[in-house]
Design a protein around this ligand. Structure first.
Ligand code: SAM
Length: 660
């Protein structure tokens, strides 16, 4: 079996069969098509990953599972004729051609249609015809069709397609007025004028553009409707403009936040000074004017503990020490903007009674090694015998402490035993002694249990990392949410919390491309639990500089951010007649602006790695902004954070997380 055959088989098992696909004719068809032939050479290594991929003309080859799902929904028989609207790469047409007798496929982009036609011919597909044209009008010359599949999302079901179905025929099409509302529908023609419709679930597709689709790529206006005021102008009228972070008046924002108990502050990169500084400004006002008392950030628990001790006046400045925050990417927390902020927190706390001091916590789980160390050192002090047993149990993970992802790989391939039981029993033993241990010092006990919880979740994270990527992403965000819950339970269920994380964690995942991959995030979980009590604020920028590495573990570089893509939200905001603004979305100044900002568009996410050369593939995803956030803060031009002068300490284990 060659490399791609192997990957194809794994794709079918993990992405399709594991999700419940049982239709053998579809499984056989997918097994018979070489997906790597349908994408550009530089992306072939991703041919079998669980996601759509970019093709020419700013379009995508659909996620393999979606192709399988739609093909199965067509219920094709071998003697049938099928019409596809949206040829794209030609991959789905090739899959259809392995089941049906004849395939007719239409593509509006000349370059895609011509490439697909040539490719299909070279690969020996004889029963596929490719037409350049507007598929919303169907292909009357060859109608009626037994099945029709549309691989782009339109505002309505085009009438021509309904008319071109045979009686007994099936039409599968994504329909919706926005990304959030796009549904995959199956329509059966049961009589001359009788159709039955079924909802097959939420999906996310590029727009269907044509006479009976959207008017253009922005999927704002169904074709044929009269022109309205442009979106840039609406955003201008619906936002509060400001000149600088130091001089901004945040009173209106605080009013909009109202009685919310959780405020989530995002960032569109991990290396932009304005994002940190604005979050610090908002956080300070929330602490001073609205009694917020917890700051929880996308950092590891043990590192954040050093900051917590520092702002309580019980430890030296951790950002000037070399140990905490010494794991790549050091600049994410050890930078001047954060340093100034934690000094402010310390000063604020120094004049407050203990009960109203602010606490600082880390929600992330990339500190397997230091968390194990912290649990053991705690136990050694309170219960040396239990410490001995825990040391033995953690010994299972120790050989991989420097590279936990190797542990994950070894357990998947059954070359090493799983340490799940060892870490869970250690946590359970600790929790069992809650009364005894916390009697001596409740704060230290809480810290130790959080570290033990982190070890248990991190073990599962690395073990499932190679199984399905979305699985480990979800575990990480679930861990962050659980940690937040644990902090609230420990401190005060009614305490008010500010959370600092990347937009991709705090913006509701259900309003982005992530949800189609089965991914959730802390923003979604917080909204599901706290509803309107949580206020989610996203951040964005068009151009400037950013601190980021070129590859995982690489040195920090100051990189130029490319001006935003023409199909992105960022591009719209860049064209607004002002540079910096706050854009309320939950309580918009103009309702129409919010509605228009719900249409699916690209959104940029720069993590600790930034690769401007492949920006469109690696840093943009589709989202529905007004569903994702309650408010959005825009800085047209931004600058890179300035790291504090300290290096990566070599003996601290490096981990391999997501770059966001
Ligand atoms: N089935 C494709 C594959 O396997 O690669 C993926 C299709 S892509 C998600 C959707 C395609 O629909 C794009 O190539 C887009 O240009 C095309 N499209 C959008 N509106 C169209 C229309 N009215 N007629 C034909 N093609 C259209």
């Amino acid at each position: 079996m060659n490399r791609f055959e192997n990957l194809r088989k794994q794709m079918i098992d993990h992405q399709m069969v594991a999700r419940g696909l049982r239709d053998q004719s579809v499984i056989n068809a997918i097994s018979a098509v070489q997906r790597e032939e349908f994408i550009s050479k530089d992306l072939v290594e991703f041919a079998y990953t669980d996601s759509p991929l970019p093709i020419a003309a700013n379009q995508t080859i659909s996620q393999p599972y979606i192709v399988a799902l739609m093909t199965a929904a067509l219920e094709l028989k071998p003697d049938e004729r099928v019409l596809e609207v949206g040829t794209g790469s030609g991959y789905a047409a090739a899959v259809l051609s392995k089941i049906a007798k004849e395939v007719y496929t239409i593509e509006r982009h000349k370059i895609l249609a011509n490439t697909a036609r040539r490719r299909l011919e070279e690969l020996g597909y004889k029963n596929i015809q490719v037409l350049i044209g507007d598929g919303t009008l169907g292909w009357p010359e060859y109608a009626p069709f037994d099945a029709i599949v549309v691989t782009a999302g339109g505002p309505n079901v085009p009438e021509a397609l309904k008319q071109q179905m045979a009686i007994g025929g099936r039409l599968v099409i994504p329909v919706g007025s926005a990304l959030h509302a796009q549904k995959l529908i199956r329509i059966r023609r049961v009589g001359k004028n009788e159709y039955k419709e079924e909802d097959l679930g939420s999906v996310r597709f590029v727009p269907l553009i044509g006479a009976a689709g959207w008017e253009d790529e922005r999927a704002i206006k169904p074709a044929g409707k009269k022109t309205e005021e442009n979106l840039q102008e609406l955003v201008y009228k619906s936002s509060e403009h400001f000149a600088s972070i130091n001089h901004i008046n945040l009173n209106n924002l605080l009013k909009r936040i109202g009685d919310c108990r959780l405020v989530l502050l995002g960032e569109a990169s991990h290396g932009t000074a304005e994002f940190y500084e604005m979050r610090a400004r908002i956080t300070q006002e929330l602490i001073e004017k609205k009694d917020f008392s917890i700051v929880a950030v996308e950092a590891d628990w043990p590192d954040a503990t050093y900051i917590n001790h520092y702002i309580h006046g019980t430890a030296p400045d951790p950002l000037l020490e070399s140990k905490p925050f010494s794991r790549f990417p050091t600049w994410m927390w050890a930078n001047h903007s954060v340093h100034e902020f934690i000094r402010w927190l310390k000063k604020h706390n120094s004049v407050r009674p203990q009960s109203t001091k602010v606490n600082f916590y880390g929600l992330d789980l990339y500190s397997l090694y230091s968390s194990m160390e912290m649990v053991l050192s705690y136990l050694e002090k309170v219960d040396p015998e239990t410490a001995e047993v825990a040391r033995l149990r953690y010994g299972c993970l120790m050989p991989w402490a420097n590279n936990p992802e190797i542990y994950g790989q070894l357990t998947v391939t059954k070359q090493y035993r799983e340490c799940e039981k060892d870490v869970l029993v250690t946590l359970r033993d600790l929790l069992k002694k809650r009364l005894e241990y916390s009697f001596a010092d409740g704060e230290k006990f809480f810290n130790a249990t959080q570290n033990a919880r982190l070890v248990a979740n991190a073990e599962r994270y690395y073990r499932t990392m190679y199984y399905a990527e979305n699985n480990s992403w979800n575990q990480r965000d679930q861990h962050m949410f659980e940690t937040l819950q644990a902090v609230l339970e420990h401190k005060d269920q009614e305490a008010k919390v500010i959370i600092w994380e990347h937009n991709s964690h705090i913006g509701d995942a259900r309003a982005t491309q992530m949800s189609a991959r089965g991914e959730l995030n802390i923003g979604q979980l917080v909204r599901q639990k706290y509803g309107d009590n949580a206020y989610l604020i996203g951040f964005g920028t068009d151009h400037g500089t950013v601190a980021a590495a070129s590859e995982w573990g690489g040195p920090m570089e100051v990189k130029q951010i490319r001006p935003s893509n023409i199909d992105s939200y960022e591009h719209i905001f860049h064209e607004v007649r002002t540079d910096n603004f706050l854009l309320p979305l939950r309580k918009p100044l103009l309702e129409i602006t919010r509605n228009k900002l719900s249409a699916e568009r690209l959104e940029r996410a720069i993590g600790v790695i930034y690769q401007p050369e492949t920006e469109l593939q690696s840093h943009y995803f589709y989202a529905s902004l007004s569903h994702q956030f309650d408010e959005y803060i825009w800085f047209d031009e931004t600058r890179a954070v300035e790291p504090l002068a300290r290096g990566v300490t070599k003996d601290v284990p490096d981990t391999y997380p997501f770059g966001l």
